[in-house]
Design a protein around this ligand. Structure first.
Ligand code: FAD
Length: 805
């Protein structure tokens, strides 16, 4: 007798299962119940319809109900919500749109009810301009709101995949986006240094990022978002993307076994604790294929594959098992691709594994394809592996091209329990437009294998910063590269001179070699080790250092500086796409040397470090950067040769060293800064010692040693806690001062700081004072750069007014 199969939920898992059920059994009676209007729609495409990339709403519907019914001979009832399961009677209770309820019997039942966006229970969440995004009606609401109200600014709460996709698509609609994230990074599948790349990219596209901030309420008819530290953000719409919860109330009520996250527990056949009820998709617990531990992985790929596998089991045919998931995922963040698979460091550490004891990683910056073939762009690839047997545990990749391909290759290796030695040996397709003879995956394998063989000791930037006193940094880059910046206090010997200049080095010291991306550093490390020195290599080189220590400012979106400067002759063009650091800067340096004063050079590069390097290089070499821009992984800069630019900038640049942390002095400093900017000056503010308290933000809990914790206890927590230099009277004076300023309509210190940041004043925190006082980068306001005395003196040199406050 043919079976009656009822499927609840008609999108990823449910719709796939229905199609496979029919293909396997022409005689089964199949009924699909879906509470919404649409089945089998492209939920992953919804953000792109909002942004306009998917222009036609109909494209969101992969197919329609009559077509599915005709193709598969199944019955589909939309607007039909299952509100109860009666496992004993093998029945479900269904409620139709109009409220009518009826029971439906089944032989086998499949649940694929998905998940629902989590909405924090906070005041203001129900204002009509506060949204979540999960299905077509949500999308229609957001779309219509944008069309009707033409919002200018939006707050996106949550820096996960959907939050970031929405941020991009709102920017595409011309909306200014502030993204608020509670954690200290966006994109939780990434490790923090990889997330930094994404964060800097978001900023470069104009998204204002506020990390470690919690939204506590929405006020003023949805026009103001209030943060945990009291800050208020003006907004025209708010999008809550703070995570999802599995739709398992039905399953729980029916007595099916669920885990602590509410996920329905199933066996490898996708069978729940009731043998006639199966479940797939976002609502179930799966096995993590790397750790073997139970987890929840709400992604479309696993849901579809589970939906396909479950069909044979429900029909009692040859068993199909689903072994588990690895969380392989990819996302587009503007023109950047971000992908990951397997476990990250946080997950490894959560299960008690220790870095360099149980696991290690390689981090490389290879090009997407041969550098000499047009269009090559660099990527950052991190591969985590077990130190016990070399097994690959996870990988993350960020770049503009070829990122998904590398992560898919590594995901395949992880699936087959591959090791870093397999990554080394994999024979991958190669021709110049597609890859390198040594593919990025091979490169990551080589670096990892060198580490396990003891040929190279990779030290990460974070590891170095936490243990600076242990190392002497040896920078082996060329002088021209160092003109774009070096690690403070680095000893410099270019690699080609190293063998001759070994006598300048000290065998008692522990050298950490730094080059541009780690390749020359490895060569230098090998030379040093074989000559009896203690040496290690900075993983990812100066590029990784800059990625970690330098925050890209939001204003980098499209900068034009001194384009009124006189220029001579025709613009000379230079295409250095495909060259990785230091190539672009060296080529610029060579070309500029052959040019006449006043001539301009328009450079096009694919190396993301170039756009930051060219800034410092121009400042340090007396050339003028006229403009810079970025589009789809190609960076453009226009440089004018000549000292005129330095003079021009000197007349227009002011630098302040803000040493004191008194409220009145801070106000004075920012009034001068803002006034100065308004008069067309460039302003740098270097905050040192007590001055650091002015640029701290409240409510950040950073990990600290004992001294750091004591300093935290004794120092003001933010600008709002500063005292007056005179007449403070235990805080009464500063409160009076603030009240009088408010009454007289004078901007508060916090407003002055914001105005300064918005108008491009550079706020630089002194690295040394931060170290002394145990202040971490996370405690400082977004957009504050970290710098040393050298960078401050550099600013002084260029300025015609230097103040010490
Ligand atoms: P769903 O596909 O969500 O289907 C569940 C269905 O069940 C819903 O239609 C719901 O109405 C219905 N339902 C629930 N309860 C009942 C009930 N009691 N009675 C009847 N019907 C019910 N994943 C990726 O891998 N890559 C991406 O790029 C990606 N992008 C995404 C972008 C967005 C905006 C969204 C919302 C999700 C995205 N996802 C992505 C996640 C992916 O869509 C989900 O993991 C996948 O759809 C889960 O499949 P599912 O079958 O479990 O649930």
């Amino acid at each position: 007798m043919s079976k009656k199969i009822v499927v609840v939920g008609g999108v990823a898992g449910g719709a796939t299962a229905v199609a496979r059920l029919r293909r396997l059994d022409e005689s089964a009676q199949i009924l699909l119940l879906e509470r919404g209007e649409h089945v089998s729609f492209a939920n992953c495409g919804l953000p792109y319809y909002i942004g306009g990339t998917i222009a036609n709403r109909d494209s969101l519907f992969v197919t329609d109900i009559p077509s599915i019914q005709a193709k598969y001979n199944v019955e589909i009832r939309n607007f039909s919500e299952v509100i109860r399961i009666n496992p004993k009677e093998k029945q479900v209770l269904v409620r139709e749109k109009g409220g009518r309820e009826y029971t439906e019997s089944y032989d086998e039942l499949l649940l694929s009810t998905g998940s629902t966006p989590f909405v924090p229970d906070m005041p203001g969440k129900d204002f009509p301009n506060v949204f979540t995004l999960w299905n077509v009606p949500d999308t229609d609401r957001i779309y219509a709101y944008i069309q009707d109200n033409k919002p200018k600014q939006a707050v996106v709460v949550g820096g996960g995949f959907i939050g970031l996709e929405l941020a991009e698509n709102l920017v595409d609609r011309g909306i200014d986006v502030t993204l608020v994230e509670f954690a200290d990074q966006v994109m939780q599948p990434l490790d923090i240094e990889m997330a930094r790349l994404v964060e800097n990219h978001l900023r470069s596209k104009g998204v204002r990022l506020m990390l470690q901030q919690r939204v506590t309420q929405i006020e003023n008819q949805g026009r103001q978002v209030v943060l945990g530290d009291g800050q208020r953000l003006d907004t025209d719409m708010t999008l809550l993307c703070v995570g999802i919860r599995p739709n398992t109330a039905l399953a729980k009520e029916a007595g099916l076994k669920v885990n602590q996250h509410g996920g329905v527990m199933v066996n490898e056949r996708m069978q729940t604790s009731d043998p006639h009820i199966y479940a797939v998709g976002d609502m179930i617990e799966v096995k993590n294929l790397v750790s073997g531990l139970p987890t929840m992985i709400p992604l479309a790929g696993p849901a579809n594959k589970q939906g396909r596998a479950v069909a044979a089991n429900m029909l009692g045919l040859e068993e199909e098992t689903y072994e588990g998931s690895m969380g392989t995922s990819v996302a587009k963040v503007f023109d950047l691709t971000v992908a990951s698979t397997g476990e990250n460091e946080k997950q490894l550490q959560a299960r008690g594994l220790q870095y360099q004891k149980d696991y290690a990683y390689s981090l490389v910056h290879p090009m997407s394809h041969a550098g000499y073939y047009p269009g090559a762009t660099p990527m950052t690839l991190k591969v985590l592996f077990s130190l016990e047997d070399g097994r690959v545990l996870g990988a993350q990749c960020v770049g503009f091209d070829g990122v998904d391909k590398r992560i898919d290759v590594i995901a395949t290796s992880i699936y087959f329990k591959g090791t870093i030695h397999d990554l080394k040996r994999l024979e991958l397709s190669y021709a110049p437009p597609y890859s390198n003879a040594k593919d990025p995956v091979n490169m990551a394998g080589f670096v990892a294998a060198n580490y396990t063989k003891g040929l190279s000791d990779g030290v990460s930037v974070r590891q170095y910063l936490d243990n600076k006193e242990q190392y002497t940094v040896l920078d082996v880059r060329e002088d021209v590269e160092c003109a774009a910046g070096t690690i403070p206090s680095a000893v410099r010997i270019p690699l080609p001179q190293l063998r001759e200049r070994l006598s300048e080095l000290d065998k008692q010291k522990n050298y950490l070699v730094c080059c541009a991306v780690g390749i020359r550093g490895y060569i230098a490390e090998r030379i040093l080790k074989q000559k009896g020195f203690t040496a290690s290599n900075l993983m990812g080189g100066y590029r990784s250092w800059k990625d970690w220590t330098q925050e890209v400012s939001t204003s980098m979106r499209q900068d034009t500086y001194q384009d009124k400067l006189p220029t001579q002759g025709q613009e000379i063009t230079l295409d250095v796409c495909g060259l990785s650091c230091p190539g672009p800067i060296m080529e610029v340096s060579k070309r500029i040397a052959d040019m006449q004063e006043g001539e301009t050079l328009s450079v096009q590069a694919s190396d993301p470090g170039f756009i930051r390097d060219i800034d410092s290089w121009c400042q340090n070499t007396g050339n003028a950067l006229l403009s810079k821009s970025a589009e789809k992984g190609i960076f453009r800069a226009v440089v004018r040769k000549g000292g005129g630019a330095v003079q021009q900038s000197r007349d227009k640049e002011k630098t302040m060293i803000v040493f004191d942390g008194d409220l009145d002095k801070a106000i004075a400093a920012f009034i001068i800064a803002n006034g100065s900017v308004a008069m067309g000056n460039k302003v740098n503010m270097f905050f040192t010692f007590w001055g650091l308290n002015i640029i701290k933000r409240e409510g950040v809990r950073a990990k600290k040693d004992l001294m750091g914790r004591m300093f935290s206890l004794m120092l003001p927590k933010s600008s709002q806690r500063l005292s007056l230099s005179k007449m403070n009277f235990g805080g009464m004076g500063s409160r009076m001062m603030r009240a009088v300023m408010k009454k007289k309509g004078i901007s508060s210190l916090e407003d002055l700081i914001k105005q300064a940041q918005d108008s491009g004043v550079r706020l630089v925190a002194c690295q040394m004072s931060m170290d002394v006082m145990g202040i971490t980068k996370e405690e400082l306001l977004d957009g504050v750069e970290i710098g040393g005395v050298a960078s401050m003196l550099n600013d002084n040199d260029r300025s015609n007014m230097n103040l010490f406050i």
